[in-house]
Design a protein around this ligand. Structure first.
Ligand code: CUA
Length: 310
């Protein structure tokens, strides 16, 4: 099941935040019931029964004034202290080491680097279960916000100002997230998939990602590779093991191993890849990927090439 709720926490950090929410909810609920109950009681008990019927008039009750001052102050102080405690526990402790996962937000996709392995991917973040991982989040352009609710806190992605978060995913699963700061026309299509795996499966995935791209085999794929190199594709995209080393768009070395395309716009199928490659501006208007003026056969060859990049 794909989880996208902060109330189904997958890390101790998200659990703390969910608990804070429930505590706030219960206290707010009790206050609501008490206030609404008092209002109803006053209305019913003091309703006018005859033309000159007035309720008992009280002036300057010190007891009442102290009561309605002290009780709210105590509640607010308690919530403040508890919130500070949760923020302290969820926020990163200072460390003098490199982040395990580096997230760079772009209009409108996520670049992901792993340290120290050097693996690179986009939009789909594989993580090992049961490891306390330090994330660094920053931006290549405008302000974005990295938020995977089941993992815990949101982290602003700000140009030239890295932010940090700890996430320790304790159950395998797929956790969905999205950009949570309006960042332009395609803000809604900046989805995140976190795929949390047992450590051996994660290790296997990293090893696969570190391999160079497979050379094209079929004749269509070979023609596609030539087109990829000839047209502007390689100015923006990297395919490790080939001369393509652009860093504007996502690394495509293992594109075919991903579940989705264009930061969540499509499921990754050959038909959808064809739609995306042949007319990205139709499906994600304003994205940096241009719609190129090529023959259909050329697009089919490029798709055949990309489909081999497992
Ligand atoms: Cu990136 Cu909103």
């Amino acid at each position: 099941m794909d989880v996208a709720s902060p109330l189904l926490p997958a890390t101790p950090q998200a659990e703390e935040i969910a608990r804070l929410f429930y505590v706030d909810l219960v206290i707010a609920g009790v206050i609501f019931v008490v206030v609404a109950g008092l209002v109803a009681t006053v209305i019913i008990r003091n309703r006018k029964r005859s033309p000159d019927d007035l309720p008992v008039q009280n002036f300057g009750s010190e007891t009442l004034e102290w009561t309605w001052t002290i009780i709210p102050v105590m509640i607010v102080t308690g919530l403040f202290v508890y919130t500070m405690k949760v923020m302290h526990e969820v926020d990163p402790k200072p460390v003098g080491r490199e982040a395990d996962v580096e997230i760079i937000a772009h209009q409108w996709w996520w670049e992901v680097h792993y340290h120290p392995s050097g693996a690179v991917t986009a939009n789909e973040i594989h993580l090992p279960v049961g490891r306390d991982l330090l994330f660094q989040v920053r931006s290549a352009d405008v302000i974005h916000d990295f938020w995977v609710p089941a993992l815990g806190q949101k982290v602003d992605a700000i140009p030239n100002h890295p932010n940090y978060a700890w996430y320790d995913v304790d159950k395998p699963g797929t956790y969905l997230g999205t950009c949570a700061e309006f960042c332009g026309a395609e803000h809604a299509w900046m989805r995140i998939r976190v795929i949390a795996q047992p450590v051996p499966a994660f290790g296997f995935w990293v090893e696969e990602q570190l391999l160079d791209a497979r050379p094209p085999t079929g004749s269509a794929a070979k023609a596609g590779a030539a087109l990829f190199a000839k047209h502007t594709c390689m100015n923006c995209h990297s395919i490790r093991g080939t001369p393509a080393n652009g860093d504007i768009g996502p690394d495509l070395t293992h594109l075919a191993s991903r579940q989705t395309l264009a930061a969540g716009v499509f499921r990754n199928t050959p038909e959808n890849l064809m739609k995306w490659v042949s007319d990205p501006q139709k499906y994600k208007p304003g994205s940096h990927m241009p719609t190129m003026d090529l023959r259909r056969q050329s697009f089919e060859n490029i798709v055949a090439y990309l489909e081999e990049l497992k």
